[in-house]
Write a protein that binds this ligand. Structure first.
Ligand code: LLP
Length: 463
């Protein structure tokens, strides 16, 4: 049987795509394409009212195309469902390691979200984007003194990971104002995800060991240089089950209770991120609303049981906020058919703009932007252009018959693609455009060969 792309038919077109965006229960993390994806009369894919093939003509390829509407809707859904299900104060932070750049920080902040940063570079970007320092939280298991100083001077909250950092902060505290911190603890919760992106189990490099809990609380409660406001934990990423997050929320409320024994009044509880997204038709993650509801309910129930006041509840999703909002458009070039084995179709990017398949064996789906209703008659392997056999973006991709010049779109590339991109083989990193209402604005320039050698130094004697 000849199939076509597994997306829903639009009145204007003849293809898959997510349902109409004005429907309130459409969650970006459960879709394959951005919410504004449409097929136009020419059978071409449009995102944010822009024809993807025309964007490639204008901006070149590979090209990250970020749909502002999808990103904003995901922000609003997180923000509004926390407000809906939680009776106390709440604050959603965007885990900007998923994609940190000025435009993304500015959009997310304009929706009322705060930002989680994990390095001086991410912190600097968030500050330059105009994000208010009260809404910035600095993470990291080995923050440098410079990074800590930048955080202290700018007035953001530091999520302290270990004893060394706790002592360093006491040393760095110079003013009369105590440094605002939270404590990151390892909750000892297992979840089913790739071992590289699991962080909540006991054998994790992140956070204080739970056996040290009382000692850490005792230290923080006596240290006038530190204003310890709460606890933080994160169990992992791309998680499809709600139970580990429910367990986490319950464990964390116990920590609030334990802290009270040391007269440490903790008013903030941050449950981290981790909600999964749909990369393929078979992925079935819970919705943003189901996740938020589960967490809010457990925190409320556990606080009621312990007779504790409701803390300010924070979470910090990355992937589920931004992944689906972005696609990567490539131009197809050479192909190689090995009879009875496979056909390789090569694109003009690869592991340097999307290192996830080679790093985590992540599976992606693709469509051909200029052949949206053509029957999917081929099964091909989409190869990148890097000098590395493992540089394969998609194995066994069902595609229509392709030819050089076709525009291949890989879906759900908003998270951990640009942010993990490299210059391997000295490929310039791609440009990114923000699309909305038929307009496209550059948010990241394409690197040039001059950029590629910008940091190179040629000692005089080699000239
Ligand atoms: N908070 C903390 C402390 C984290 O370590 C992370 C992710 C998040 C929040 C956001 O998690 P998310 O909602 O995005 O699942 N590069 C990997 C993912 C690494 C995740 C690292 N920490 C990947 O491409 O799958």
């Amino acid at each position: 049987m000849v199939s076509t792309y597994p997306v829903k038919v639009q009145p204007s077109g003849n293809q898959y795509l997510s349902p109409s965006q004005d429907s309130t229960n459409i969650y970006p993390n459960q879709q394959l394409l951005p919410l504004t994806a449409r097929v136009n009369r020419d059978d071409f894919l449009e995102i944010g009212g822009c024809d993807v093939t025309k964007l490639v003509q204008q901006f070149g390829s590979p090209l990250y195309i970020l749909d502002e509407t999808t990103l904003r809707i995901a922000c609003q859904q997180y923000r509004d469902t926390f407000k809906k299900y939680y009776k106390g104060e709440s604050q959603v932070l965007y885990a900007s390691k998923a994609w940190n750049c000025l435009a993304v920080c500015a959009i997310v902040a304009s929706e009322g979200l705060g930002i989680d940063v994990v390095s001086g570079g991410e912190l600097y970007t968030a500050l330059e984007a105009g994000v208010s320092p009260e809404k910035i939280y600095l993470h990291g298991n080995n923050k440098s003194r410079d990074e800590l100083t930048l955080a202290i001077e700018s007035g953001c909250t530091i999520v302290v990971d270990n004893w060394y950092e706790l002592h360093t902060l006491v040393e760095l505290a110079t003013t009369n104002t105590a440094i605002r911190i939270m404590l990151r603890l390892t909750p000892g919760i297992e979840c089913h995800t790739h071992e590289y992106i699991r962080t909540g189990h006991l054998d994790s490099k992140f956070g204080f060991d739970p056996n040290d809990l009382e000692e850490v609380f005792a230290f923080a409660s006596k240290e006038p240089a530190l204003n310890c406001v709460g606890v933080h934990a994160h169990i992992g990423s791309q998680i499809f089950e709600l139970q580990p997050h429910r367990d986490l929320a319950a464990v964390m409320v116990q920590w609030l209770r334990d802290a009270a024994k040391y007269n440490l009044e903790l008013t903030e509880l941050n449950v981290g991120g981790g909600l999964g997204i749909k990369y393929t038709e078979s992925d079935d993650p819970p919705s943003i609303e189901e996740w938020s509801k589960a967490i809010c309910e457990v925190v409320q129930e556990a606080c009621a049981a312990e007779n504790l006041p409701l803390p300010k509840l924070l979470c910090e999703p990355g992937r589920s906020l931004i992944a689906t909002a972005c696609i990567t458009a490539y131009t197809i070039g050479s192909a190689k058919t090995i009879p009875d084995i496979r056909t390789y179709v090569t694109i003009d990017g690869g592991m340097s703009d999307n290192p996830r398949p080679i790093t985590y064996q992540s599976v992606y789906r693709a469509v051909v932007a200029n052949k949206m209703s053509a029957p999917l008659t081929e099964t091909v392997t989409v190869a990148g252009k890097h000098c590395e056999s493992g540089d394969i973006l998609i194995k066994n991709a069902p595609l229509p018959k392709t030819e050089p010049g076709d525009v291949l779109v890989v879906m759900a590339t908003g998270a951990y693609n640009y942010s993990m991109a490299s210059n391997y083989n000295r490929l310039p990193r791609p440009a990114a455009v923000l699309v909305a209402n038929g307009e496209a604005n550059l948010i990241l320039q394409r690197e040039t060969y001059q950029d590629i050698i910008r940091q190179d130094c040629l000692p005089e004697r080699l000239k």
